[in-house]
Design a protein around this ligand. Sequence first.
Ligand SMILES: [Zn+2]
Length: 169
Amino acid sequence: MRPERSAGPGGRPPRTLPDPPHIDWPALRAAATAVASRAYAPYSGLRVGAAGQTSDGRVLVGCNVENASFGLTLCAECGLVSALHAAGPGNERTGLAAVAVVAGDGEPLLPCGRCRQLLLEAGGGRLLVDTADGPVELKALLPAAFTTTELAQRREPQPPQPEPPQETR
Ligand SMILES: [Zn+2]
């Protein structure tokens, strides 16, 4: 663990953050490749696996799940982010720190546009994403991202909501 920081303003207790995680990229790619073999991809024939390491060192995985309607297809990163939330409440210690996405042959794939946005809320702009040329920060892959800041600034006031109908027996 990193040495504790001195007390902050107002005498609040110092926060202790975990050391920046060591990312074993070959192991992360191997985990992504393994889960890619369990993908459900009968339509595209492209099995995809995603493996993410959280800031506290856990490795989570997801694979793509296609659907005959195509529009309902889930990317591997969707499964990964779902696994992240299913594993417990998220915070800055448990968000994703690194992600590897690979095809069934184990070679890196870049996340699609939707998944870049999805990963942004699971790991932030400094999330490391594996590429064929080495890890890059997500913010380089998703510049000028839409975030909760824009949402809060542009949200219109909501009109009062009608009372829900009373249940009758
Ligand atoms: Zn995607």
